[in-house]
Design a protein around this ligand. Structure first.
Ligand code: NCD
Ligand code: ZN
Length: 347
């Protein structure tokens, strides 16, 4: 029996598009299904100023395939020398929808990020005043803290103190991966949102490490224990407005992932919507998929929901996707859920 579901067109509230040949190669994968995406600013060099965000936005629009309808929602990369007035102007013009805080050294291209939150308080105070959200990569980077504990420690030692100091600041906990993250986001009041990736709903750390290391399952924050994956599934499928999709689709060419020191990032833009239908069906929550992908994010960002629709159909046969996207920068492996998936987006 065919099953189908129609959703308002989804948005991706955390996406890496990169630049140049990689941008050209991966953008169609997102634009095919998503109406808008929050574009991460961790380019080399990072997107720090309003002028840089405007130029990056133009490069994204120029790379769109003919006929595609897709709106990039730009972000700025917060540094200790970010100018609060520039941020405010970029927000007032409608260009910038969020500012991204990377603790220095936390992830790909984050060395220019923030060492000391005190140094960025003037910018954060301005953002609180104008209602501009702060997207947070929530992991401490101190060598003594185990990589599997970095999110929980960040919540206690950085995020919660910051939110007590500046309660009006609107914050998105990006790509939460733990039950601690879920609990904090759930109880955080209406100034707090949290994105959840597709891959963290599917893999736990065993998938990454048992039977040989799987570089294409390595991302940051790293996948955690099974109990955390289950907490993320419960949160995503709950329908609660706090939680929305941010795929964190993060393309790296295979050569950069399959090496002695491989890059972090899973590339899920191609099959995310089908995988989410699979996950939500498994959880008996297909009727809440639209809240997660298409309603809760716009509500948090104070944007209208999309009006166009996207239809997903469950097929008798397992569906397949290209194993890799071929870009002029090199091949990029598409996230493999490791289980048959019968859902597909209707063309
Ligand atoms: C991201 C990237 O490659 O830019 N990698 C990842 O594993 N998620 C950076 C990030 O979001 O942490
Ligand atoms: Zn990311």
């Amino acid at each position: 029996m065919t099953q189908e579901i129609t959703l308002l067109r989804p948005d991706d509230w955390h996406l890496h598009l990169r630049d140049g040949a990689m941008l050209q190669g991966v953008l169609p994968e997102t634009a095919r299904h998503f109406a808008r995406a929050i574009i991460m600013p961790n380019l080399v060099p990072p997107v720090v100023t309003g002028a840089q965000a405007a130029a990056y936005r133009d490069r994204i629009l120029a790379a769109l395939p003919e006929g595609a309808v897709f709106e990039p929602l730009m972000t700025l990369y917060l540094t200790e020398s970010t100018d609060a007035q520039d941020v405010a102007a970029a927000h007032a013009s409608g260009l910038v929808k969020a500012v991204k805080l990377y603790p220095a050294g936390a992830t790909t291209n984050s060395h220019g990020g923030v060492h000391d939150v005190d140094k960025v308080m003037p910018v954060l105070e301005k953002m609180a005043e104008i209602g501009l959200p702060l997207c947070v990569h929530g992991e401490v980077t101190t060598a003594e803290v185990d990589i599997f504990d970095r999110e929980a420690v960040f919540i206690d030692t950085v995020l919660d103190p910051l939110r007590r100091r500046l309660p009006e600041l609107r914050v998105v906990m990006e790509h939460i991966t733990t039950e601690e993250g879920v609990a904090y986001a759930r109880d955080g009041g209406e100034t707090l949102g949290a994105t959840i990736t597709t891959h963290h709903l599917i893999i736990n750390r065993n998938h990454l490490l048992v039977g040989g290391i799987k570089p294409h399952y390595y991302c940051l924050p790293v996948a955690k224990r099974e109990k955390h994956r289950l907490a993320l599934r419960a949160a995503a499928t709950s329908g609660a407005g706090r939680f929305f999709l941010g795929t964190d689709s993060a393309p790296h060419v295979d050569a950069a992932k399959e090496q002695a020191c491989g890059c972090a990032g899973c590339f899920t833009a191609t099959n995310t919507m089908a995988l989410l239908a699979h996950v939500f069906e498994e959880e008996g929550a297909l009727d809440r998929l639209e809240a997660f992908t298409s309603l809760n994010g716009p509500a948090f960002y104070r944007l209208p929901a999309n009006t166009a629709r996207l239809r997903l159909v469950k097929q008798d046969q397992p569906q397949s996707w290209p194993e890799k996207i071929i870009t002029e920068a090199g091949p990029v492996t598409v996230f493999n859920p490791g289980t048959p998936v019968h859902w597909a987006v209707e063309a």
